[in-house]
Write a protein of this length. Structure first.
Length: 226
């Protein structure tokens, strides 16, 4: 009886927790899909305040001399990097642009060639987003503050990127559209697992609660008949 009294509320609570996570993920995925609206001109002051995945247009010049490679990013099961390049906006602010995914070369000491021309004026379009977040803190590796470029990093925050770059950066990331500017594979997807998976987990936990109740009732009925 004590085990049932503990297990059933716990299973029900876990079910509601997973359902809540599914609702949150559905909101994020819906926002990603709805952000397919035409891009609009956004100033540096507007960018940090925009909802996630808003499509914008910006103008500036790439700093091709100091780029970052986001490590531990896979595509279709293959390991690789995402290329982050700083775009110097007309107002003087600096915006990180994700130029897409490149495959791992097979050697840690042979980074992929990701050179891009510096100083050429560009008009770019993409989605406003946050930096990807590691599932575990142990997966985080800040970029080196000294050494050759590009610099490899895994799930950094903006403060770590600023220290390595040596100048302030806007606290948002631009996911470059597939047909905008020089870059690589850009097949952007909403973050995390589909919301249906969380809903499925919720149903499983609630099923466990029903099973625990059924076992408790069945066991006690059997004892009474004995």
């Amino acid at each position: 009886m004590l085990a049932t009294a503990i297990a059933v509320p716990a299973f029900i609570s876990l079910g509601f927790w997973q359902w809540g996570r599914g609702e949150h993920r559905r909101e994020v995925w819906d926002a990603f899909e709805q952000a397919a609206a035409p891009a609009f001109e956004a100033s540096a002051s507007e960018l940090p305040r925009l909802p996630a995945y808003t499509r914008v247009r910006v103008a500036g010049r790439f700093d091709g001399g100091r780029q970052f490679l986001l490590d531990n990013i896979s595509h279709a099961g293959a390991p690789g990097y995402e290329v982050l390049t700083v775009l110097e906006l007309a107002e003087g602010s600096r915006l990180l642009v994700n130029r897409g995914w490149v495959p791992f070369t097979g050697y840690r000491d042979r980074l992929p060639a990701v050179a891009v021309a510096s100083g050429e004026p560009l008009q770019l379009a993409g989605r406003v987003a946050a930096l990807p977040v590691a599932g575990l803190a142990s997966g985080q590796t800040p970029p080196a503050t000294q050494g050759a470029w590009p610099r490899v990093t895994a799930f950094p925050d903006f403060a770590q990127l600023e220290r390595a770059y040596g100048a302030p950066l806007l606290p948002v990331l631009l996911l470059l559209d597939a047909d905008s500017g020089p870059g690589y594979l850009r097949d952007w997807q909403p973050p995390g697992v589909p919301p249906d998976r969380n809903f499925g987990y919720a149903v499983q936990w609630w099923s466990f609660a029903l099973l625990a109740l059924a076992m408790f009732v069945g066991f006690n009925l059997k004892r009474r008949h004995v």
